[in-house]
Design a protein around this ligand. Structure first.
Ligand SMILES: Cc1cc2nc3c(=O)[nH]c(=O)nc-3n(C[C@H](O)[C@H](O)[C@H](O)COP(=O)(O)OP(=O)(O)OC[C@H]3O[C@@H](n4cnc5c(N)ncnc54)[C@H](O)[C@@H]3O)c2cc1C
Length: 368
């Protein structure tokens, strides 16, 4: 047996790095391995909402405005209506995945995490993992290896419920952002997310229910957006991904725990995947320190509840275009309701306030 550690993390994406940082903050020895080599990227809307930034701050990850582009709020647009809300307190940040990865990696390295890149983990054994062909002994193993997690399979945590899967493409354009809001453009069973990620760069994600989604074809369903992007050079190549709503019955088994997309995920439409991972990381590190995996299981369930509820509500609007048009019209007439819903989405208001906003919305909806 070679190295020995308290915590071994499989996967060095945002969830794995967040878990590594949080565990080191609590004094645990951490080794992290990823099969890929930085800069690591992924198809993503690249919007960090204010709650994600606050969670990152708690991990000591310092992102500056110049690392990306400040986001002041969210705008929904469809064929007929446009409704927007500013973030109630602090701004969010649109930031390229490579930059987020770089900043998180720097923080992990400064805290003394052992980072093994180009090192795939090929199996678990009774006392730890097999990484890059070597056995490493670990008290705890964390699966942060994404939505197709092998750690999940190896540890028998496969029993999961898939609520919905959709298909996405991401492409960057070299273009001065026309807005400091994240925009979600709605069309028939498809959305386009537009996030400024720099002074001269925009990230566009197209999501559809069609597994054969093609970027150019889908973009044509958003004529206003197509007009704005017309002639702008591409700043990356198109990258595809699936986005799913799924959750597990359990995220811990023995000395193994799952985090991030490996432990369940919410549809990209929520813009909450990253914030969720960062909050899970803090909960997980606290549970490891206290030797209380059951505590992590409970915290994980609680943290998942709000983004899952919002994801299901937004996907209902995707499935039912009549309902979506009417809701947009109602919100356009009462934008303060949209602000209150956004406040709930960001965890800044309570379920009761959402219910009150929902009741008022019901009246507006009937009149729309
Ligand atoms: C289209 C789309 C748009 C999105 N937009 C947003 C958004 O705007 N805002 C937001 O907050 N969230 C968004 N999300 C969600 C967000 O991207 C994910 O929640 C986030 O990437 C999850 O991070 P992760 O670390 O769990 O997984 P990943 O980012 O998938 O990282 C997993 C890592 O594990 C490594 N790995 C896998 N297997 C092994 C192995 N056997 N050994 C070693 N390493 C391994 C991989 O190389 C990878 O680096 C979006 C998702 C999609 C699909």
């Amino acid at each position: 047996m070679g190295q020995v550690t308290d915590v071994f993390i499989v996967g060095g994406g945002p969830a794995g790095l967040a878990a590594a940082i949080a565990a080191r903050q609590r004094g645990l020895r951490v080794i992290l391995a990823d099969g890929a080599k930085p800069p690591i990227t992924k198809a993503c809307g690249e919007g960090l909402l204010p709650d994600a930034l606050a969670a990152l701050e708690g991990l000591g990850v310092a992102l500056r405005e110049m690392d990306g582009s400040a986001l002041r709020g969210i705008r929904f647009e469809d064929e007929r209506s446009s409704v927007s809300a500013r973030f109630p307190d602090a701004p969010g940040l649109g930031v390229r995945r490579e930059m987020l990865h770089q900043r998180m990696m720097e923080r992990a390295r400064d805290l003394g995490v052992t980072l093994l890149w180009n090192t795939p983990v090929t199996g678990l054994h009774e006392e730890g993992v097999v990484a890059g062909g070597n056995k490493i002994q670990a008290r705890w193993v964390i699966g942060a290896d994404g939505s197709h997690s092998r750690v999940r399979r190896w540890s028998g945590l496969e029993r999961y419920v898939v609520e919905r899967t959709r298909f996405a493409f991401r492409l960057h354009y070299r273009l001065k952002p026309w807005s400091d809001f994240t925009e979600i453009h709605w069309a028939e069973q498809a959305q386009a997310y537009v996030t400024p990620v720099g002074s001269l760069e925009i990230c566009v994600v197209l999501i559809s229910n069609d597994a054969n989604v093609r970027f150019d074809e889908t973009l044509r369903r958003f004529p206003e957006l197509l007009r704005r992007l017309d002639g702008a050079p591409h700043a990356s190549s198109a990258r595809g991904a699936a986005t799913s709503m799924f959750h597990l019955k359990s995220v811990c088994q023995g000395n193994v725990a799952l985090i991030g997309d490996a432990s369940g995920s919410v549809d990209a439409i929520t813009g909450e995947g990253l914030a969720l991972s960062f909050r899970q990381a803090t909960a997980l590190a606290g549970a490891l320190r206290a030797n209380d995996m059951e505590g992590y299981q409970k915290a994980h369930r609680r943290l998942f509840r709000r983004p899952r509820l919002m994801g299901n509500l937004l996907l209902l609007l995707d499935r039912r275009s009549g309902l979506r048009r009417r809701s947009m019209r109602a919100l356009e007439r009462a934008p303060q309701l949209f602000e209150r819903m956004l406040g709930y989405h960001l965890g800044e208001s309570r379920p009761l306030e959402l219910a009150t906003a929902g009741a008022v919305f019901g009246w507006r909806f009937l009149a729309a």
